[in-house]
Design a protein around this ligand. Structure first.
Ligand SMILES: NC(=O)c1ccc[n+]([C@@H]2O[C@H](COP(=O)([O-])OP(=O)(O)OC[C@H]3O[C@@H](n4cnc5c(N)ncnc54)[C@H](OP(=O)(O)O)[C@@H]3O)[C@@H](O)[C@H]2O)c1
Length: 330
């Protein structure tokens, strides 16, 4: 079968499109999904940089949707022919403060969705609402799940509050904006790109800051209750400056660097809450699906590529030109 793998050489040099991959077979409690679409995430760029020279091939990709083509022994929740989307978190069922030991994300260390087929535990194959196309269904995955937990479970955003989302062009960030506006909260965003700021305003953002602006000056009338950070080192201090005393900053990513210097005195005088968040449980995945269905929230799809053109999709993501999700079709 065809698929996009990483192996042999650390970094993006180890990425190769292959057409002679072995077809996977489902074991007990597993299903094989004939993939029809997959979604890209920032993670697909970072996994190759975290692997070593000589590592074996792994098929990348965490998000996807397709049709059940084979079921292993004992599978009951789905049958051959069912249309499903993938919950990309393996081994985290109930909501909890943190994922249990052994929690994994589809697409490393196990094989992922940038291929014609994938085998997963049956509980990761969720019935696809028939109203959703495969491309749309494949675009929720990691991004929508992460946004849901960060905003509601961790951030506890309420409709009368204001949330600040830096780096609005990102796949998770666009879901954050859509989810926060769906409950009626006030949303401030930032982006380096004028085009992305305009798109965010069209999508309902109340205020869009340029990275060149002095944020505290432009937003001095605002009372930001919650910041959802993922840009990391490049924006974390500027984001904290916007937060009202006693407010909460939730961080789930660090695209521009893992380390940052924070003024501790200003932090404790500000009585801030600083919370980490990552992915979400299977319960949160279904709550997220109910939420997007009830509020008719569809992912913003920036671009779609065929599996054979996946290298172009990776370049598109690496250049950070997208607004929303990039999708692969099979
Ligand atoms: N913990 C988890 O469970 C989890 C889940 C999903 C993602 N993540 C992490 O969260 C981050 C975002 O993920 P994603 O998939 O949404 O990423 P993405 O689609 O690649 O978006 C990243 C955004 O960050 C902003 N950005 C990038 N470089 C920047 C710079 N030098 N200065 C300022 N802003 C910059 C850009 O926004 P503008 O162009 O608008 O400025 C860009 O669109 C990544 O680090 C990812 O690894 C973590």
């Amino acid at each position: 079968m065809q698929g996009y793998v990483h192996g042999g050489v650390k970094g993006k040099e180890g990425l190769v499109f292959k057409d002679n991959l072995e077809e996977p077979r489902p074991g007990k409690g597993e299903v094989k999904i004939r993939l029809r679409a997959a979604g890209l995430n920032h993670r697909d760029l970072s996994v190759p940089t975290r692997r070593s020279n000589g590592d074996p091939d792994v098929i990348l990709g965490s998000d996807g949707a397709g049709i059940i083509s084979e079921v292993g022994e004992g599978v009951q929740s789905v049958k051959v022919g069912d249309e499903v989307l993938i919950n990309p978190g393996i081994g985290w069922k109930e909501n909890a403060a943190a994922p249990p030991e052994g929690f994994q994300i589809v697409g490393f260390p196990g094989d992922g969705t940038f291929a014609e087929s994938i085998v997963l535990p049956e509980e990761n194959a969720i019935q696809k609402p028939s109203s959703l196309s495969f491309e749309v269904a494949a675009s929720y995955g990691i991004a929508a799940l992460t946004a849901y937990r960060a905003l509601f479970t961790r951030g506890q955003l309420k409709s009368d509050q204001t949330v600040f989302i830096p780096g609005i062009g990102g796949g998770v960030a666009t879901f954050l904006l859509q989810f926060a506006k769906a409950i009626g909260a006030r949303v401030i965003v930032s982006s380096r790109s004028e085009e992305k700021r305009k798109k965010a305003l069209d999508l309902g953002a109340d205020l869009a800051l340029s990275n060149e602006d002095d944020w505290t000056n432009v937003a001095k009338e605002e009372k930001v209750d919650l910041v959802i950070e993922s840009v990391g080192a490049a924006t974390i201090n500027r984001s904290l400056d916007l937060l009202r005393s006693g407010g909460t900053l939730v961080i789930f990513g660090s695209s521009t660097g893992d380390t940052a210097e924070i003024n501790l005195r200003a932090f404790f005088y500000g009585q801030y809450n600083f919370l980490g968040s990552t992915m979400g449980s299977a319960d949160e995945f279904s709550a997220m699906l109910d939420f997007v269905t009830n509020h008719s929230i569809e992912p913003i799809i920036d671009a779609s590529y065929e599996l054979g053109q996946i290298e172009n999709a990776f370049n598109h993501l690496a250049e950070a030109k997208q607004f929303g999700k990039i999708v692969i079709t099979m």
